[in-house]
Design a protein around this ligand. Structure first.
Ligand code: BTN
Length: 247
């Protein structure tokens, strides 16, 4: 394990971990805000709804950041959204690609997912605020040696064509710089988020636990909810918690 001090705290680099989110959650109560854990690979990387997040060695970034938000309203959705913008901006700075954000937690290049974000929090039962949050970010920097697994072959993408291991630390630092810009100053995330939306104006499928519905995605509101219109002209504001969408 290698340690490094960065502007906001400490980064710990590990070889392989089951899941950087699970590892950091187990330490969350005893550690200071902004501790970052990075693993070269994960054996049990997971995403929303406990879906597997493919985390092979060398070609991706698997990192988690410990947060203890003091700003009221800086909830899991806002953290996820700030991270999506931070990753998209990093892609635009370090590559010649254009990044889009698929509500609420995926970053896409040419409609392929290159990054997934999972914020897991612990709510204080006394006042309903976030006790801590673990922000997990998984990024496919390069094409994995043996390609992507068959289930995700058609939907997964990567950022850089040429393998260059030195890009990894550069990318991590740039994501942290961009993320903390939003996290510490609560500056405008929404515009940056909306202007990269891969969803607004599109026909989508809304996947809920009780079924699937066609809809038109209309807008993202000030609380990062997605407003949709169904074929019967009824409208709904979707919260990210229990819903995913397909474009
Ligand atoms: C998703 O696609 O639904 C979110 C994927 C989040 C993956 C990252 S990789 C680092 C961290 N550790 C995990 O187990 N998950 C997150």
């Amino acid at each position: 394990m290698k340690n490094e001090i960065y502007k906001y705290g400490k980064i710990e680099y590990y070889d392989t971990l089951p899941s950087t989110n699970a590892f950091l959650k187990s330490r969350a109560k005893d550690e200071k805000e902004s501790l970052v854990v990075v693993a070269s690979s994960q054996t049990k990387g997971h995403g929303r709804f406990d879906r597997k997040f493919y985390s092979p060695a060398n070609t991706g970034i698997y990192m988690s950041i410990l947060l203890k938000p003091k700003t009221i309203g800086f909830d899991a959705t806002r953290i996820t959204s700030a991270a999506a913008v931070a990753v998209a901006q990093t892609i635009e700075t370090l590559s010649d690609k254009t990044a889009q954000i698929k509500w609420v937690n995926d970053v896409l290049i040419d409609s392929k997912k290159v990054c997934g974000i999972l914020t897991e929090g612990s709510i204080n039962p006394k006042n309903g605020t976030l006790e801590y949050a673990v922000l997990g970010i998984g990024i496919n920097l390069f094409m994995p040696e043996n390609g992507f697994e068959s289930e995700i072959q058609n939907i997964a993408g990567y950022i850089f064509e040429e393998y260059d291991p030195s890009l990894k630390e550069k990318f991590i630092k740039e994501v942290l710089k961009n993320f903390f810009k939003y996290y510490n100053n609560n500056t405008e995330i929404l515009n940056e988020y909306r202007k990269r939306s891969a969803v607004i104006g599109k026909d989508i499928l809304v996947l809920k636990h009780n079924g699937t519905k066609f809809a038109k995605a209309l807008l993202i509101d000030d609380n990062f909810r997605l407003k949709v219109k169904y074929p019967d002209n009824t409208e709904e504001f979707l919260n990210s918690g229990e819903i995913s969408i397909k474009i």
